[in-house]
Design a binder for this molecule. Structure first.
Ligand SMILES: [Zn+2]
Length: 283
């Protein structure tokens, strides 16, 4: 029997078909219809699942941005990165379309953390941060994910870094996500460098000594250091794992950090959420 893992983010839907033993057999990436509402989001999930044309699937796991109730398989809350997703009943919809298939659903940072834990055996206190369209956060404390009353705790992307600062997708101002997401970094890069294709170019320019890229990334680094210090103060994790597209430039990011002794980079890269989506056991 096979398994399908899907990672629903604000920009892309990543999907993987896995063998029984967890070997990745095939993978896809498609665009998220992030502004078209709930029916379009479910339609895109179905398309991602059906694209594998696998008839012997016994497990489908969904990793999703937002506050996800992993027991009920429901979206408690999602920001404007996924319009219409708040309140969606993932298990209810998938049960109807794929009867008899076992289902898993959890927050994307939680899924990424679960997947990356295989590289940190024995660690019980770990925080995962994902830097993509938004900034996702999940914390494992003494072996359990910190979830909160509405599955809304350890949302490190929405702790305030700058009071009264830039408007965030959650409606508040000055959240970490408004400064540290790939979207935010690209925007601030483009204020200094134009044209600028993507964040990768910004990192390349920084490495080559471009003073504008240096300014932009130094400020990014200062804010990232504040976030990491706050996490260390709150939870004292053994390890903080940085993942998501932005963290593929490990050499540059390490240079920006005051202290990188407890920092690890996601080994599964941008696909950590897909692996985590099919990782069984709610932590
Ligand atoms: Zn926010």
């Amino acid at each position: 029997m096979k398994k399908i893992g899907i990672d629903l983010g604000g920009t892309g839907i990543k999907s993987g078909l896995f063998a029984e033993d967890g070997t990745l057999l095939a993978r896809n990436v498609q665009r998220t219809p992030a502004r078209e509402g709930r029916a379009a989001l479910f339609g895109a999930l179905y398309a991602a699942i059906d694209a594998f044309e696998a008839d012997d699937v016994d497990l489908i796991g969904i990793s999703s941005a937002g506050d996800i109730d992993p027991y009920a398989g429901k979206v408690v809350y999602a920001t404007n990165n996924l319009i219409g997703w708040s309140g969606a009943d993932i298990f209810g919809a998938l049960k109807k379309r794929y009867p008899g298939v076992r289902l898993l659903a959890d927050n994307d940072a939680v899924c990424a953390l679960k997947a990356e834990l295989r590289f940190h055996p024995g660690c019980k206190n770990v925080t995962m941060l994902t830097f993509g369209t938004g900034v996702g956060g999940a914390s494992l404390v003494e072996g359990s994910i910190v979830r909160g009353a509405r599955f809304d705790a350890a949302r490190w992307g929405h702790v305030i870094l700058v009071p009264g600062g830039t408007k965030c997708n959650c409606g508040r101002r000055g959240c970490a996500e408004a400064y540290l997401s790939a979207t935010a970094l690209l925007k601030s890069g483009r204020r200094r460098i134009y044209p600028l294709a993507d964040c990768k170019e910004l990192f390349t320019r920084y490495a080559a000594g471009d003073p504008n890229a240096d300014d932009v990334l130094s400020l990014f680094g200062e804010r990232l250091n504040v976030l990491l210090t706050n996490i260390r103060t709150a939870l004292a994790p053994e390890c903080i794992i940085l993942g998501g597209g932005l963290m593929q430039s490990e050499d540059v990011v390490r240079k920006l950090l005051d202290d990188d002794s407890d920092i690890a980079f996601a080994r599964l890269g941008g696909f950590a959420g897909v692996y985590g989506a099919i990782t069984e056991g709610i932590l």
